[in-house]
Design a protein around this ligand. Structure first.
Ligand code: PMP
Length: 330
């Protein structure tokens, strides 16, 4: 039985590990997805938000009634706003103005203030990421969350996500596979699991356009093209990703991703987001490799597909992207 909890804060984490029946049957492996969409803010980023706020409170950098600021286009903003509401913090999110209205509306409903920022290259101080730091520095009680380089992100995954997976699998885990955005999840979980059992193999799933796979293989950050996936893939090295312990990697195209997304919806009854579909694609590919026969493979369902409703479940949008979902037959 799951415990009663006294706050939204305490409801973060302790997510189930769900066996993905269709992929387990096709591959003969045991494939599990950690159901992070069940966090109160709806994604894996609630954990990072909690770790960052907790360490900010402990260090005194985040004062009572203070203002948490972050440049983010995605789930981290929702996670921060979700947890800040209950704890009495203000939240300012700097967001690229190109993001969907739904995103702005959700953040505003949670009480966050939105600063819409134009499109600038990362080198430009006007980029929404840098604006997070600048805004935090300008206001009284400002606290920059800095999810990319704040190692509270890595630590919370080491302490919670990693330990949960180790216990839930009853120490029987052969492969961990997932994509990275900030790298906090892969860094925290890979370190924890490898400290328990050095034979756990960690496979980086990397969407097209991301530079992480080339960085892992050659030491150079090189990404070609772009991807429709959100929250994952990056072309710069972050302090969180730097700590990840990775054994191998796999490129995942948008077509690979969308096929798996539709397959999981149809045969497992799970509507998953795009990063989760990337993760489950690599889990599937690893599972059909004879060398991995019968192994236990763990990955992440980072958020729910409903978050991307107007895109991934919209035939017109799919057509514009040249994507035709082709789920497997069972
Ligand atoms: N999936 C989704 C949907 C996300 O929002 C993120 C965070 N950017 C990730 C995966 C990647 O997590 P991390 O930042 O810990 O690498």
């Amino acid at each position: 039985m799951i415990d009663k909890v006294e706050s939204v804060w305490d409801a973060v984490g302790n997510t189930p590990l769900i066996r993905i029946k269709s992929l387990s049957e096709i591959t003969g492996c045991s494939i599990y997805g950690k159901a992070e969409f069940l966090n109160p803010g709806g994604s894996i980023k609630d954990r990072a938000a909690k770790g960052i706020i907790k360490e900010g409170e402990e260090s005194g950098d985040l004062q009572p009634g203070g203002t948490i600021v972050e440049g983010t286009a995605g789930n981290t903003g929702t996670g921060l706003a979700t947890l800040a509401a209950e704890r009495g913090y203000n939240v300012i999110i700097s967001v690229p103005e190109t993001q969907s209205d739904e995103k702005f509306q959700t953040l505003e409903a949670l009480g966050a203030e939105i600063r819409k920022i134009g499109s600038y290259s990362f080198d430009d101080e006007r980029h929404y990421y840098h604006q997070g730091r600048i805004i935090a520095g300008e206001i009284e009680g400002g606290f920059w969350a800095d999810q990319f380089n704040n190692l509270a992100n890595y630590r919370v995954h080491y302490e919670t996500t990693g330990t949960e997976i180790w216990e839930q699998t009853e120490h029987e885990i052969d492969i961990l596979t997932l994509a990275a955005g900030t790298g906090g999840t892969i860094a925290g979980v890979s370190n924890y699991l490898k400290e328990q059992d050095e034979n756990v193999s960690v496979v980086l799933a990397d969407p097209q356009g991301s530079g992480l796979l080339s960085y892992f293989r050659t030491g150079e950050m090189h990404g070609e093209g772009s991807s429709v996936t959100e929250g994952i893939g990056i072309t710069r090295l972050t302090s969180n990703f730097e700590k990840a312990r990775i054994d191998s990697g796999m490129r995942v195209t948008d077509q690979n991703m969308i096929d798996r997304l539709y397959h999981i919806a149809r045969y497992d009854g799970l509507l998953i987001g795009t990063s989760s579909a990337v993760n489950l694609y690599t889990a599937y590919r690893l599972g059909i490799d004879n060398r991995n026969s019968g192994k236990t493979i763990v990955t992440f369902i980072c958020d729910h597909g409903s978050r991307y409703q107007s895109r991934i479940f919209n035939p017109r949008w799919l057509e514009e992207q040249n994507l035709t979902p082709q789920p497997l037959d069972s």
